[in-house]
Design a binder for this molecule. Sequence first.
Ligand code: ADP
Ligand code: NA
Length: 305
Amino acid sequence: MGAGISILGIFVADTAYLAPRMPAVGETITGSGFSVGPGGKGSNQAVAAARAGAQVSFISKIGRDTFGDLALKTYSEAGVTPRLVIMDDQPTGAAFIYVNDSTGDNAIIVYAGAAGTIGIDDVEAARQTIEQSAVFVTQLEQPAAAAYRALDIARRAGVVTIFNPAPAEAFPDEIYGLCDYIIPNETEAAALVGFPLNTLEDAKRAGDLLLSRGVGAAVITLGARGVLFHSAAASVHVPAVTVGPVIDTTGAGDAFVGGFASALGRRMDPLGAVRFGCATAGIAVTRRGTAPAMPTLAEIEAVIV
Ligand code: ADP
Ligand code: NA
């Protein structure tokens, strides 16, 4: 088993529009801000983990275009090792992000482009990278079959596996048994278990169900309410970390996953890793944007008491 972290996921160029509200269909409204930046859950998680001090390889596919150049620049600046296939006949993924200019709430459309074609062959081509890492992370923005194969490769190699079932898409039930940690947010957990997570008791019930399906531990993120860590050995509610006014919660979950993975990579115990993830996300939500909002190791350590 290696030392670093490998992440399979997608890159998209986040095009973020600030506005007082979402326009209705057929309506045009005036916005109050705009930015283009690097996004995609897997890519954000890779940047978060690298900025948090881990050695990270990011496995994905992009197009040969300006958004693809943005991806490469992002990895060179964050110190992420790119393991990318560059396609000539597919665009780099892109996302439309509406951000409410007073509450920071968001609504998102993602088109994966080249990364939407990630298949089992692409995962097999990255087998060594996965097998040589300490921790492997994936999500559901690329096809579920690719996530399944990659988790299977990691598990057989004794690599710690983290599955972030986001967005809430269907996936093969066999994936549960391959997860050391499943990390859904509240909405994704509700979709998996079939009931809403209104209370901490509901979250524990959801955690029990996920354990019964074969995961090692359920790490359910609850937004400003923090995280429920739920395993056979312990069920612990870890509060969110507040370091200042919340500006933009886009990518909070990615900051948490990246921070959590980087901490596990340094052999921190799971609860310590959850606290580290909460600190990472707690800082990220006080800054606009996703990848550019990810804190450094020194910044995270400064808020962990
Ligand atoms: P997602 O971004 O996937 O919807 P969550 O909203 O659950 O995920 O956020 C993930 C984590 O980010 C939370 O568990 C918490 O630690 C942190 N977080 C989210 N919102 C806030 C907030 N308003 N203040 C502090 N931390 C937050
Ligand atoms: Na942010």
